[in-house]
Ligand binder design. Structure first.
Ligand SMILES: [Fe+2]
Ligand SMILES: [Fe+2]
Length: 199
């Protein structure tokens, strides 16, 4: 599988992005685990539902989608309470920063997916407020898997949610944020599993 190919893509020259030495970039263990969770979920979604997409670009994007958080101030990342408007705007830069960091390491397609991973089909996302028809299909897949995984993980400001709670949020009040066909496909993936659990 293709991953970061430093040697093939310029190696040492690419360790600097402007004045930034990427060897100094660090992510929390929590963020790394989150990205691995999202990548696994994307893989499962694509494979189980037979989604036709640029899967390798999607998996690469999933595995590094939040790398931009490494350059966001830690007091904002770890803030237990609600972010102020200003802090939220800073936090929202992480998808653009992530795309910038990964340029040259991942495919162009993966970089675009990273940039779009917080866009929402109703245009309420960031950084550009793209609408569904302007978004990459893979970014819509990643958006659903990312949102689901983030809800199921504990955060400093809230406990982990259950699958059922997350489904109510995503299929209920926040349904307008996601591609409906993909959203139903995604949750139908768990149906057999949930029935088995109940039985
Ligand atoms: Fe993100
Ligand atoms: Fe994420």
């Amino acid at each position: 599988m293709e991953r970061l190919k430093l040697a093939d893509q310029g190696g040492i020259d690419k360790l600097l992005i402007g004045d930034l030495d990427i060897r100094n970039i660090t992510l929390s263990i929590g963020d790394i685990i989150h990205q691995v969770n999202v990548e696994k979920l994307c893989r499962r979604f694509v494979e189980e539902r037979g989604l036709k997409c640029e899967s390798e670009a999607l998996y690469d994007a999933a595995l590094y989608h939040d790398i931009g958080k490494s350059l966001i101030e830690k007091n904002i990342i770890d803030k237990p309470g609600q972010l102020t408007v200003e802090e939220r705007l800073i936090m929202e830069k992480h998808s653009l920063i992530g795309a910038m960091i990964m340029t040259g390491y991942a495919s162009n397609k993966a970089v675009i997916i990273i940039r779009q991973h917080h866009e929402k089909v109703d245009g309420s996302g960031y950084p550009l407020g793209l609408r569904g028809h302007e978004m990459e299909y893979e970014a819509k897949i990643l958006g659903i898997c990312d949102y689901y995984a983030a809800n199921m993980e504990e955060r400093v400001y809230r406990p982990a949610r259950t699958h059922e709670q997350t489904e109510v949020i995503m299929m209920g009040g926040n349904k307008h944020l996601f591609d409906h066909v993909l959203l139903y496909e995604f949750f139908s993936m768990f149906e057999g599993q949930m029935e088995k659990k109940v039985g």
